[in-house]
Write a protein that binds this ligand. Sequence first.
Ligand SMILES: [Mg+2]
Length: 269
Amino acid sequence: MTTPPRQSASGDDVRFDDPIELAAIVAAAPRPLLIGLDIDGVLAPIVAHADDSRLLDGVADTVGRLANRYGVAVAAVSGRSLSSIRSFGLPDGLRLVGGHGLERNDRPTTPLDEEEAERLVDLHRLATAAAARAGDGAWVEEKAASVVLHVREAEPHRADDAIRELDESSAGVSGAERKHGSAVLELFARAASKGTAMRELIDEARAATAVFVGDDVTDEEAFAELGPADLAIKVGTAASIAGHRLRDPDAVLAWLRALDGHVADQRSG
Ligand SMILES: [Mg+2]
């Protein structure tokens, strides 16, 4: 299950960090620096249909430069499949982590065993039934080890009912894991989390400082993996355990550009 936020903030209570000041804080932190970035809602504005999602102009160039700076590693960590992440055209030099950590671009994915494969069939059947209940606009995405019910474009009441019913029906599937997101419910035949993925990336990079930027409920698992010297950055106004906030993908891009500028200056100076 997804880690529940320990503290909540929402609506009028939310205070956003200044992207430029936040970049200076990160640039001053000890290296090696590992930066984990969610994609949807962070590098790409949220759109009605996930297939229409595009990076903000300037993001690819900026993260590409940053990933090649001395003592800096950058990873895109998404719930999307690896093939879907690749369609964004992120530059070489970034580590790509898909399926909430189940897939990585630098190593093969372990195939599902028989039990996991059977579980995935059961979950797919339940998700398909739920999509039919949600009606027009709902659809089921199939990934290597999970299925996702998408209801962003469905009629809101029917969408809510379908998500709730699928949450209940899938709870009966032994060994399955559920993750709620924004207008989605994902059912896993094999457990995965952005928290575990970030822990691996931090260890591999021997990072002295880790930063994770995310906007959705599942990103809280990555925030929870960070230590006191690390920086958790929530995008948007939803409840979060993160200590920092940026308003939207435009603010994230401003932060990335300022950070890259700082790092470049430090290198030449
Ligand atoms: Mg997101």
